[in-house]
Each structure stands twice: as structure tokens, then as C-alpha cells.
Ligand binder design. Structure first.
Ligand code: WQD
Length: 340
């Protein structure tokens, strides 16, 4: 069986996807530079699955190591997770974001082409829709009105992949637009470990609940939503990882094509709903205060996820309660291990 090459394999989504693919019987070759992850995740993946991945440490911009990987392994498909993904950082360091997120994809595609490997799953984001006027968001909704360099870098990568497919329709491309992923594997050995103070809602709430942060700032309660706070489509990272297994199977069947899918639950929850669910599920108190809106935030975003269900046979199964429990328990496990 040909192997699957996973870039960013020790990252949040990458590690969870490795677990699901190994459990499904696939062999994996992985690459990471640990810029936003830890080497020990490799041991955790083995502890969870009893299997190892063939790992290479290196940077996606290094054509030499990418060529070495394709020369030393028979690769069938690629899943490209390796990218910077902090909205705030991207505003402060746009050039670094475009180099890392866009140039790396160009390097990867060039090496894939030279080794005649043309099946790729690319991790994109709902941010490419910007502030969509159509809710729930479908894959046919307009993209392009991105509001930060992170989202724009992913939009550029989608454009590169579309142009590549137009030039040669023997490519086999799946673009996944992730909504708001949260949660952790039920072993609590892998999960989301943001560097420093979390920018995203769920890890921030978890740290407040554990007393590691004093209070959650809720960025505005004057949006045009039922309780005034922002609404998002939160999806458990394990459900998201399983979608990649379904996509690999589709790529193996189809042999060629260009497919774009929203990966969400199709349900939206507000910030206050998230807080209340988190408190109830974990029997904790989350202190919060309402502050002014965060620049660039949109009011409502949630997916129409029916295309992935119809074409991949995949549907998110885990609930908001599961997400709150698993995020809290993983963050608690980090605290118990003294991980800041
Ligand atoms: C969710 C809601 C905030 C923090 C971003 C990226 C997106 C993806 C996920 C990578 C909003 C509110 C948040 C806080 C709050 N990243 N909030 N207080 O902004 O929807 O999406 O992360 O792929 O591309 O854009 O996620 O978790 O930051 O915010 O009130 O301390 O929680 O206003 O309504 P977001 P988020």
C-alpha cells in the first residue's frame, strides 16, 4: 500500500489525523519543524495507536528534504497541514505568513509534480468566505473578502490549486475549509496546546475554568444575534480528522478531480451558549465580562455541511458537550503535568 505524506504531522489537526489514519490501517510519512508543536507528540501517537509514523524533521520550504521524502518513500497521497494559523500574528507579520503558508505550498506541489504524485488534501479555512451574507455558508458562497493575511494566504493557496487543476486535470485535489475546530482525543494525550495566551475561545475558557487565567473577555454582546454574542460553527477535532480518512478513500476511488468541502457541524453556537455549556458539562465556573468587539470579528458563521455528507459519506457526530468536556480535560491534563 502506498504511504500518505502528512506535513505538520505533530500539530493539532495533523496529530489527530495521524491517529485516525493509522487506526484505519494506513502507513504514514510525516514532516514537521516543531514551530508550533512538540516532538513528544510522536510518542503520544504511538501510545494511542501502537503504531509509528516514519518521521522527518524539517521545513516545508526546504526542497531538498521534500525530495528526499519522495525519493525514499512510495507516496500515494499528501495531506498538507503545515501552516501558521494565528490571525493576530498574521496581521503583525504578513510577509512571514505569505512566505510560510504560500511558498511552502508551491514548493510541495513542485516536488509532488516531479515525482508524479498528484493527490492532495489541502487544509483551508472558513475565513476565505470573509463575512458571508449567506448563512449557513455553502461551498458555492463567494470567497475573497478575507479580513486578515492568514485568511488571505489560504485563499491564495486555493487559487494556486485551482489553477494547477485547470492546467492539468489529472490532479486529484480536495480542499477542506475548516470551521472552528476544538476539543481533544479522548485519551487526552494529544490536543490543542496554543503557545502563550490563547487567542481562540475554547482554550481560553478552559484556562479560566482552571484558574490559569482570571477572566474571559467576551468580545461584544451587541451583535445581531439572539443573545448579542458571536455565533460560530464549532467542530470536534476528532470528527475533523475522520473527514480526512473519508477524503483519502475518495481520492483513491476517484483518481482525479477538484473537490471543495466545508467541514463544520452545520450548527452555530454563541459565545454565551459555549460558556454555559462548558460550565454545565465540567461543573466549573467561568468568570467573564463583556468588553468591546474585537476588530475583524464577524457576527455569525456556520456551515452548510451537506456536501461533505453527500459526497464523502462523512458527518460530524460529536456534540458541543463532547467538545467542552474534551477541551477541559486535555487542558487540565496539561496543568497536572505542569505544562504552561
Ligand atoms: C470565536 C468567537 C469571538 C476569544 C479564528 C480564525 C479562523 C480559525 C479559528 C484557523 C468569536 C469570541 C474569542 C475570546 C471571545 N483559525 N471570543 N473572547 O475568530 O471565529 O476564528 O480561529 O483556522 O480562521 O479566524 O475563532 O475562537 O477566536 O472566536 O469573545 O477571548 O469567540 O469574538 O465570536 P474565530 P475564536
Amino acid at each position: 500500500m502506498k504511504k500518505i505524506f502528512i506535513t505538520g504531522c505533530t500539530g493539532y489537526i495533523g496529530s489527530h489525523t495521524c491517529v485516525e489514519l493509522l487506526n484505519a490501517g494506513y502507513e504514514i510519512v510525516g514532516l514537521d519543524n516543531f514551530s508550533n508543536s512538540k516532538k513528544e507528540v510522536l510518542d503520544k501517537i504511538k501510545e494511542i495507536t501502537g503504531k509509528e509514523i516514519k518521521f522527518y524533521e524539517g521545513n516545508m520550504l526546504d526542497k531538498t528534504i521534500l525530495s528526499k521524502i519522495f525519493e525514499e518513500n512510495e507516496i500515494g497521497s499528501v495531506i498538507d497541514f503545515a501552516a501558521y494559523k494565528s490571525v493576530g500574528d498574521s496581521v503583525n507579520m504578513p510577509v512571514e505568513y505569505y512566505i510560510n503558508n504560500v511558498s511552502s505550498v508551491l514548493t510541495l506541489l513542485s516536488v509532488m509534480k516531479s515525482h508524479n504524485v498528484k493527490s492532495i488534501i489541502f487544509s483551508s479555512t472558513a475565513a476565505v468566505y470573509g463575512d458571508s451574507t449567506i448563512i449557513p455558508v455553502t461551498e458555492e458562497c463567494e470567497t475573497g473578502k478575507t479580513i486578515n493575511p492568514y485568511g488571505t494566504s489560504k485563499l491564495y493557496c486555493e487559487g494556486i490549486l485551482k489553477d494547477l487543476y485547470k492546467s492539468d486535470n489529472s490532479w486529484n485535489i480536495c480542499i477542506f475549509r475548516y470551521f472552528n475546530l476544538v476539543g481533544a482525543h479522548k485519551s487526552y494525550l494529544i490536543g490543542e496546546e496554543p503557545n502563550g495566551t490563547p487567542a481562540n475561545l475554547m482554550p481560553y475558557i478552559a484556562k479560566v475554568a482552571l484558574g490559569e487565567l482570571p477572566c474571559l473577555n467576551i468580545f461584544g454582546d451587541d451583535y445581531n444575534t439572539p443573545d448579542g454574542t458571536g455565533i460560530r460553527d464549532y467542530i470536534h477535532v476528532v470528527d475533523l480528522a475522520k473527514a480526512h480518512v473519508s477524503a483519502i478513500k475518495k481520492l483513491e476511488l476517484d483518481k482525479k478531480g477538484m473537490h471543495i468541502y466545508n467541514l463544520g457541524t452545520g450548527k452555530g453556537y454563541s459565545v454565551l451558549e459555549m460558556v454555559k455549556t462548558f460550565e454545565k458539562v465540567n461543573n466549573v465556573k467561568v468568570n467573564y465580562k463583556i468588553v468591546k468587539r474585537r476588530p475583524g470579528d464577524i457576527a455569525v458563521s456556520y456551515a452548510d455541511a451537506t456536501k461533505a455528507q453527500n459526497e464523502l459519506g462523512w458527518k460530524a457526530e460529536l456534540t458541543l458537550e463532547d467538545m467542552c468536556r474534551d477541551s477541559y480535560m486535555f487542558t487540565k491534563s496539561l496543568k497536572n503535568k505542569g505544562v504552561k
